[in-house]
Design a protein around this ligand. Sequence first.
Ligand code: GLP
Length: 253
Amino acid sequence: MDVVVLPTAADVAAHAADVVAERIAAEPATVLGVATGSSPVGIYRELARRRREEGLDLSRLECFALDEYTGLAREDPHSYAAYLQREVADPFGLPSARVHVPDGTREDRERAAQEYEQSIAAAGGIDLQILGIGTNGHIGFNEPLSSLSSRTRVLALSAQTRSDNARFFDAPDDVPTHCLTQGLGTILEARQLLLVAQGERKAEAVAAAVEGPVAARCPASVLQFHRRTTLVLDEAAASRLTLGEYERPGRRA
Ligand code: GLP
């Protein structure tokens, strides 16, 4: 894995946006995997700024969400479909049809999961997948003990994830109990992975993912199997790393 450590969360967003923009410069019709949660917001805002102010062409992107809650209507502001409309489709100038999200409202949720896999395959697979990491090491909503080769499926959210995400809802009980998420095997098929993490509360999960054994107790550790993975961290998120001399661009020796 390439691990890049930067002083602040703003530096993380700018550096990660560079990685995405480089990819888009090489292939404007990039298939971009988009994470939700707070971690990638700075990347989306920086890309949108470059589109507005520097003419970055985002018009040919095709985007795929990592996951979605079940039981929330698309229009519900807490749904990931609504998040991606606000943070990606609108500011990137993309029609909603180009931002695909698993359909968590379908009665046959397993079928919805399979169809989502098919839609990723039909787009030619994901070129660059943006990821955050949960405090328990989850990526997407693949909670600890997920199969390392899992596919898109329905999962129950852990108590820790529901409590972590309660900040986005009016009351803790409003957090859905289940989700549809790309599996770890699905994520590993993306041609390039870009994980961002900021803040001390992610430090333990980041250390387990980067330096721990590959193990289902830390789903993000499966990224060690991927040949083209970059982690962009701020100093706080990197604070429990102990093994390597990680890249710190711009720092004087
Ligand atoms: C959420 C999402 C993940 C996200 C993670 C971290 O539950 N399903 O895709 O990466 O948890 O969230 P945040 O970036 O808000 O800390």
